[in-house]
Design a protein around this ligand. Structure first.
Ligand code: PLP
Length: 414
């Protein structure tokens, strides 16, 4: 029999961890083990003073002059250039603008324009709500001309028929953390004549993605999850350079015009991804996002992935060791190469258990109908945190501390 994993062993892993020092780059509250950075990344140590500077100096003193003097007008490009290496893209293939939802709309519409003879958006039933709603809404808006076709995950490749214009998938499943084989699925879509749009909401800043090398057409992703850009941070959008000249966004705004301040009566798109800009950029949010992206980029994608795998492996092993017999079913892939930076379990009392954990300072989240989800962000989670989280879970299960009416009251945001 294997020797059980001890707390001391996890403390040793922290001592040997080559990226342990990056934890100091985040302001984490005392007494909290934060396993929800895949929903809202924590506050980077640089963000508060940077935002204060933007507010007081650039806005307060600089006023409207700061659009030029403080470089506000180029902030979306500047932050995009810092995101690009995290996703294997060139700086001029990425734009920061709007929300992930809005960027999905823009890029789906653009993809449909590039395949006018094909009228199907293909996606999976398991995909995230907003991705499906945006596609459904776009198809509805186009009044029957375009169909959103949903298949189960396992049927994606066989559903790539000759009428599919674009395959839209989320790389890391938000419930289970299961990863699609981005490169292989992209190649299969291309072989079938379709374009691909990948949602990297749970990938960017956590797992390796090589958009250029893997010949991805379009991608989007969130600023406030593993990129730590703060609540409601703007999102990013990627378009492969080969599509730049023919890229047509359905949202034509002045910030995406080739000469916004000429105020011409008609639209002339700016080159490449610059035309994905629509309205005035959210400067305060972009300043925070820049801090978040710089902080995570400093760790390095390979380092992040290596530690992320070690953390998720440890989490699964410890739940098996400490919480066997309490009814937890692993909802994430057993194989590390198929798993993103989270571990999910199914449990019929999942909601109440998550609330009890939160009341004990272990913050994870719940995803309907029965998923307990734990994000393990390698830049600041320690191996010993995993130990403490699982022993708290064990204690709650043994004393049934979760079984209280207040833990069953469903909040608006889970
Ligand atoms: C978090 C998430 C989003 C969020 O989209 P917003 O427009 O920022 O609300 C979209 N897609 C996926 C897969 C997500 O996980």
């Amino acid at each position: 029999m294997q020797t059980p994993i001890s707390r001391d062993h996890t403390a040793e892993l922290d001592l040997k961890d080559p990226i342990a020092r990056f934890r100091e780059q985040f302001l984490l509250p005392a007494g909290v083990i934060y396993l929800d950075g895949n929903s809202l990344g924590p506050l980077p140590a640089t963000a508060a003073s940077r935002i204060e500077q933007v507010v007081r100096r650039e806005w307060g003193s600089g006023l409207v002059r700061s659009w030029n003097d403080a470089g506000w007008i180029d902030l979306p490009e500047r932050v995009a250039a810092k995101i690009a290496p995290l996703i294997g893209a060139a700086a001029d293939e990425v734009m920061v603008a709007d929300s992930t939802s809005v960027n999905i709309f823009k890029l789906l519409a653009a993809a449909l324009k590039l395949r006018p003879e094909r009228r199907v958006i293909l996606s999976v039933e398991e995909n995230f709500g907003t991705d499906l709603y945006v596609a459904e809404g776009l198809a509805h808006h186009l009044a029957g001309d375009v169909e959103l076709r949903l298949v189960p995950n396992r049927d994606v490749e066989s559903a790539l028929t000759a009428d599919v214009a674009v395959l839209m998938l989320t790389h890391v499943d938000f419930r289970s953390g299961e990863m699609h084989e981005l490169k292989a699925v992209t190649a299969a879509a291309h072989a079938a004549g379709a374009l691909v749009l990948w949602d990297l909401a749970h990938s960017a800043g956590a797992v390796e993605v090589e958009l250029d090398a893997w010949e991805v057409d379009f991608a989007v992703g969130c600023g406030y999850k593993y990129l730590n850009g703060g609540p409601g941070a703007p999102a990013f959008a990627f378009v492969a350079r080969r599509h730049h000249d023919v890229l047509e966004s359905p949202l034509w705004g002045w910030m995406g015009h080739s000469a916004a301040f000429d105020f011409n009566p008609s639209y002339d798109p700016a080159p490449g991804v610059k035309r994905l800009r629509v309205g005035t950029p959210p400067v305060l949010s972009l300043a925070a996002l820049e801090c978040g992206v710089e902080t995570i980029a400093a760790v390095g994608v390979e380092n992040l992935r290596e530690k992320s795998i070690a953390l998720t492996e440890l989490f699964i092993a410890l739940v098996n060791q400490e919480c066997g017999g309490f009814g937890f079913d692993l909802a994430s892939p057993v194989e590390a190469s198929k798993r993103g930076s989270q571990v999910s379990f199914r449990h019929e009392d999942g909601y109440a258990i998550v609330q009890a954990l939160i009341s004990e300072g272990v913050i994870g989240d719940f995803r309907a109908p029965d998923i307990l989800r734990f994000g393990l962000c390698p830049a600041y989670i320690r191996f010993v945190d995993v130990w403490e989280a699982v022993s708290t879970l064990r204690r709650i299960m043994i004393d049934r501390g979760w079984d209280r009416p207040e833990f069953r009251v469903q909040a608006r945001v889970t």
